[in-house]
Design a protein around this ligand. Structure first.
Ligand code: AMP
Ligand code: FES
Ligand code: ZN
Ligand code: ZN
Length: 307
């Protein structure tokens, strides 16, 4: 098959856009498509100092690459959770980020090593008595959100970027709709505006299919960690992703339509973000905003008794 823009051989087809492109035109397309998402949802302004949270996976590394190509000044943040999983998951992720950075000497990487900073890795905290056998993913999300915000604020970044892609966003939406978590639905968006003590958070890959991001990484030669976090296996999110994949297979564009029409409904005032109206208080330990008075959920982790 030929590229829709030139006479070269097409290497990638996007059925939902009825578009097949060669390597050169695909790379151009992906960068400009991400740029359009940034414009459409007012995610970034050209002069802003941007901090990207990088996991070593394809999404965040590809996005970092794209943002640099779009001319943004972007530094990285890696949170080392100390996950091993039998293959040194966290250490390997860090190595991939260092390898990427070797090609971008203009960028800086902040590293938060959970064990060094707070005295315990994620598996160690998760293993503490009171938490029983629950998967550490919710805890992990809480820790990452807290640390991302802390570093963004401490170093004066204007905005925090994450690599969530369309497959991630569609799966979260699907789960929230199945359970009618109306509060979460109201808060799901490509941009979470800044509030006192909370940095603005944006997701420029929210309209990019996971396979589009993987194709970009491959064509650009970005080396990333292929293995998933060892705790992901058997998760609900993975199940919802599989179901959405089946729908997509039957009708190309399903995920994109599901997510984008949701954003339209939201814009039309279909969902009200009640949480935006809730007053926040500074945590009495770390100072970050929290709903309940006293310490925030992150600070309470470290106060729990050890086994
Ligand atoms: P995940 O929740 O693993 O799907 O990751 C979603 C996004 O969160 C990634 O694209 C990154 O932007 C960010 N992220 C995940 N893990 C880390 C980490 N260990 N350090 C920094 N950012 C992360
Ligand atoms: Fe957080 Fe897997 S990356 S539990
Ligand atoms: Zn071409
Ligand atoms: Zn706190």
């Amino acid at each position: 098959m030929k590229c829709n823009k030139c006479a070269q051989r097409a290497v990638f087809t996007m059925r939902h856009y009825k578009l097949s492109l060669c390597e050169t035109h695909y790379m151009e397309w992906f960068v400009s498509h991400t740029g359009q998402t940034i414009q459409k949802y007012h995610l970034l302004r050209p002069d802003e100092r941007v901090l990207i949270a990088v996991s070593g996976g394809k999404d965040s590394l590809s996005l970092w690459d794209v943002l640099i190509r779009l001319g943004y000044a972007v530094d990285g943040l890696y949170i080392d959770l100390g996950i091993d999983g039998g293959f040194g998951y966290s250490a390997l992720s860090h190595q991939k980020i260092d390898a990427f950075m070797a090609g971008h000497p203009e960028t800086r990487l902040h590293v938060v090593d959970l064990a060094a900073e707070y005295g315990a890795t994620l598996p160690q905290i998760a293993g503490r008595k009171r938490r029983g056998r629950e998967k550490p993913c919710a805890l992990c999300g809480l820790i990452k959100r807290h640390e991302m915000n802390r570093i963004a604020q401490a170093f004066g970044y204007d905005v925090l970027v994450t690599g969530h892609n369309l497959d991630d966003e569609a799966a979260v939406l699907f789960s929230n709709v199945l359970h009618w978590h109306t509060g979460y639905i109201a808060r799901q968006a490509p941009v979470l505006e800044e509030r006192t003590g909370l940095a603005r958070k944006v997701k420029p890959l929210c309209r990019a299919y996971e396979r589009e991001v993987a194709a970009y990484a491959l064509i650009r030669g970005i080396d990333y960690i292929y293995e998933e976090c060892p705790y992901v296996e058997g998760s609900r999110t993975l199940m919802y992703k599989g179901m959405l994949d089946q729908l997509e297979e039957e009708a190309a564009g399903t995920k994109l339509q599901f997510y984008v029409t949701f954003l339209h409904a939201k814009k039309d005032g279909f969902f009200r973000d009640e949480e935006a109206l809730v007053e926040l208080h500074p945590c009495d330990t770390c100072g970050q905003p929290t709903i309940a008075p006293g310490s925030c959920a992150f600070c309470r982790i470290w106060k729990e008794p050890e086994r």
